[in-house]
Structures are given as C-alpha cells and as structure tokens.
Design a binder for this molecule. Structure first.
Ligand code: TYM
Length: 345
C-alpha cells in the first residue's frame, strides 16, 4: 500500500503567537494547503506540560485558533482542531512511551532548556513531550511536517519511533496486509524559507520566544501597528551599513536576523533583500522593514481581536475539525491496537 501524502503541524497555546511562529511555520502551512491535505492542530496537551492557568489556557486555545484562521488557514479545506478533543493523540502517545527508549529522550535539547537546572522538579509530561509530538503526527500517518528549525530534533525522534514500531511489529503489520511492513511513514520535516530560526530583536544570538521576559524581543501577532513599528525601531543593530552579499552577514547576528525577517515578509530571498539594501544604513532599512511588517501583520492582529470576540464560533470550528480529525485517526488507532495485541470492541 502506498502511503498517501499528508501534512500535520501544531503550535502550543501558551501566550500569543509571535513573528517566529508566523515566519518559521505558519507561512509554510498556508502555502502547503494549496498542494496537500493538511491537518493543523492547537496542541493544548503539550501546553500543560508546564503549569497553565486554566482560564488563560482556554483563552489562548481560542486565540491561537483565531491566529491560524487570520493568517490564511481555511478551516473548510484543512482540518483545524485542538489536540485534547481527539483521544487518539493521548492513546498513541502512551504506546510510544513504551516504544521510545529513555536514552533517546535523554538527548532532547529542548527538555534540557525548558527544565533548567532543577530537572527533578520538571513534570513527567515535559520529559515525554516528544513522544506525544510523534503521536500527533503518526496518528494520521502524516508524511510532511512544516516547522521551524528548533523542532528538527523532535522530528528525528518521531522518525526513530516510527521505524522502531515498524521493526518491533513487522510480522503483525504484514499480517494486516501492509506488504512492505511499513505501517508508519517516516515523517519528513519541512523547514523552509529565509526565516526558519527568527532571533530575538534584542539579542541576535537568542531565539525569538514567548518566554523571553522582554516584550521588545518579539513581535506578537496581536501587536498593533504602532507597537510593531516601535519594536523594529528599537531592534538591536550594529554600526556598519548593510552588506551587499550574504557572506557579509557572517558574525553580524542582528543584521542577519533583520534581513531574514525582511526577506520572509517580502517573499524574497536574503540575496534579493541585500541587493536592494546593500550599502545602506540601518535607519533606512528599518523604515522599510517597519512599513512592510505593519502592512503584513497589523491586519492579522485586528482580525484575531475580531474573531476572539466570538468564542462560540471558534469553539464550533474546533468541534467540527475535531470530528474530521477523529474520522482519520480512529481507524489508524484501531489498527495500532490490533498490531500491538490489544483487544477492542
Ligand atoms: P511551538 O509552539 O514552540 O512553535 C510553533 C512553531 O513555530 C516555530 N517557531 C519558530 N520558527 C522560527 N523562529 C522562531 N523563533 C520560532 N519559534 C517557534 C516552531 O518551530 C514550530 O514549528 N513541539 C512543537 C509543537 C508541536 C508540533 C507537533 C509541531 C506539537 N506537536 C507535531 C509539529 C508536529 C512546539 O512546541 O512548537
């Protein structure tokens, strides 16, 4: 049986989304809708691996859903839902907890970063987080996963889990009629565009992130026009004019980051952006960047605010998407149970 191409990706509803989420992943999600069957998820079970205030979590799930739609995700064409409404994610994650090895999880750099110094106090969920992520993807036997660069290691783990499951249960998988023994595909990361790792506006060596205490470090998708322009004005730079070629960005992380952001927003390559601004001072480049960012992002913020004013409609979209997601995941989960040797009714 030839596995059908299918796209899956997700974002955590922890605070509002930022420019890194948008350029690193969302822009690719929207593009892939044109060519693929896509499933986009608000990964609320991942969010609770660290403490979340329940009311804020509910609001964030709705806000992220609104951000997906405002960015161009079409919930009629693609499947849009929140993870906890489809039980296959948690069920398959448990099975993967029993497939993945401790040694594999011990290598995950994100756990080390998020758990910090006091690892003993981190939740078990935070540690097992990548197994749930593998389950998200493989519950739909998805083949393509558009993400930012920071998710690469988790994707490699998902591939290892798929392969080990296929190997461990080869006989049962073949007995079910999967002649090539490949029940789960090896999901491919899709890491594309000039901004796969957007950095902090205050420090070009740190990733733009929701958890940075400085709001000036990131542009939130809910920021208004003035805030976006001000954050770009205040972004850290260096004293040199912009180079005309990529090689000239080496050792200049802030310049590299702003050029990447400009290129991604303009739908150009970094080379093309440098051909336009090479030799110019940051002041004129920042002016152009602020204009472009405001034109692209301010309408998103307005639309997110409008949509979150109608939570009933958002919940309806999520319920509809969850039902469609369940239709795909349930038969796959049934096969998984048969393969593993569980009894189901
Ligand atoms: P999360 O919620 O941290 O981020 C969502 C997406 O945004 C990308 N991203 C960035 N890209 C470029 N520059 C940045 N500074 C930046 N910050 C974030 C992330 O790479 C991601 O694509 N574990 C995932 C969520 C997840 C998932 C999945 C993704 C759960 N299950 C299944 C794909 C498939 C995460 O925490 O992403």
């Amino acid at each position: 049986m030839k596995l059908q191409e299918r796209v899956f990706s997700g974002m955590q509803p922890t605070g509002s989304l930022h420019l890194g989420n948008y350029l690193g992943a969302m822009v690719q999600w929207i593009e892939m809708q044109k060519t693929h069957a896509c499933i986009y998820c608000v990964v609320d079970l991942h969010a609770i691996t660290v403490w979340q205030d329940p009311k804020e979590l509910r609001d964030a799930i709705r806000q992220v859903t609104a951000a997906y739609i405002a960015s161009g995700l079409d919930p009629k064409k693609s499947i849009l839902f929140n993870q906890s409404q489809v039980s296959a994610h948690a069920e398959l994650a448990w099975i993967f907890n029993c497939v993945a090895r401790l040694g594999w999880l011990n290598r995950m750099t994100q756990f080390k970063e998020k758990a910090g110094k006091d690892r003993e106090a981190a939740s078990v969920g935070l540690y097992a987080y990548p197994n749930l992520m593998a389950a998200d993807i493989l519950a739909y036997r998805a083949t393509h996963v558009p993400v930012g660069e920071d998710q690469k290691q988790h994707l490699e783990l998902a591939r290892d889990i798929a392969q080990k499951f296929n190997n461990d249960f080869r006989a049962q998988i073949e007995a079910l009629g999967h002649a090539d023994g490949e029940f789960f595909p090896q999901p491919d990361p899709v890491i594309m565009g000039p901004a796969t790792r957007v950095m902090s506006l205050r420090d070009g060596t740190k990733k733009m992130s929701k958890s940075d205490p400085s709001d000036l470090s990131r542009i939130n998708l809910t920021d208004d026009a003035d805030t976006i322009a001000r954050k770009i004005q205040k972004a850290k730079t260096d004293p040199e004019p912009l180079p005309s070629e990529i090689a000239g960005l080496a050792g200049r992380p802030e310049a590299d980051n702003l050029v990447g952001i400009y290129a991604a927003l303009a739908g150009k390559t970094k080379e093309a952006a440098l051909a336009e601004f090479g030799g110019q001072q940051f002041s004129s480049f920042k002016k152009a960047l602020a204009e472009l960012a405001v034109a692209r992002l301010a309408p998103l913020g307005d639309e997110i605010r409008r949509m979150t004013g109608d939570p009933v409609e958002i919940d309806r979209v999520l319920a509809d998407g969850s039902a469609r997601a369940r239709e795909i995941a349930t038969p796959i989960m049934n096969e998984v149970k048969d393969i593993v040797g569980l009894i189901r009714s």
